[in-house]
Design a protein around this ligand. Structure first.
Ligand code: HEM
Length: 179
């Protein structure tokens, strides 16, 4: 299933709507969504610009790509209060993961939360077709599947392995151009 408002217009960014049902819930709960610079909003999507693209680990395929900006969600008079801050895509042993800065709620540590495994999507044929369309824009569509840590960030409402909305990143994030 392709997202109804798919729009991929920021080739050097991580572009993501997070989860349609969560966004709808926030609206109906009278919550707020605060987009903090350098993140911006483009229609339904949040756009986190690319910061760095550094291979970690010599001689391996491990790779970290960082993006910048914060989306802060709040509702229920502050009972719901968390952020997605400075997301990164990290590749470890051939698997791609979405991480965010964990210094969102408590004591401001530098820990990063590994919130989702990035997958090819629920419908492979569709994912491949979409993928082919995205090659022209040098972007790739990835579907985040929540880890336990990610589930916790969203208040333990979605169980681990819940699939969130697809995100869009430069292809080089998971496939270095030089290989
Ligand atoms: C006073 C506190 C809260 C109340 C009264 C409340 C109430 C609700 C209700 C009634 C729903 C069901 C909405 C629906 O199905 O349409 C819901 C869903 C949800 N709540 Fe809360 N909630 C509270 C706190 C929180 C907190 C602290 C978090 C996260 C940190 C959270 C995250 C969620 C999520 C992720 C959903 C599922 C939205 C979806 O995808 O449909 N809630 N909440």
């Amino acid at each position: 299933m392709q997202h109804p408002s798919t729009k991929v217009s920021a080739p050097s960014a991580l572009v993501w709507g997070v989860k349609t049902s969560f966004r709808r819930y926030l609206r109906t709960a009278g919550g707020t969504v605060e987009v903090q610079s350098p993140a911006t909003e483009d229609g339904f999507f949040f756009v986190f610009p690319l910061v760095s693209d550094a291979a970690s680990g010599s001689g391996s395929d491990d790779q970290d790509t960082r993006f910048a900006g914060t989306i802060h969600f709040s509702a229920h008079f502050g009972a719901l209060d968390f952020s997605l801050r400075d997301p990164a895509v990290i590749v470890r042993h051939g698997a791609a993961w979405l991480t965010v800065d964990g210094a969102t709620s408590t004591n401001g540590g530098a820990e990063r939360l590994m919130i989702a495994l990035l997958t090819g999507g629920p419908d492979r044929a569709e994912a491949e077709r979409t993928h082919a369309e995205l090659i022209e824009t040098e972007q790739i569509e990835l579907w985040p599947v929540l880890t336990a840590e990610g589930s916790h960030l969203f208040g333990d409402v979605y169980p681990a392995e819940t699939m969130l909305d697809p995100l869009y990143v430069p292809r080089s994030v998971i496939a270095p151009a030089s290989r």
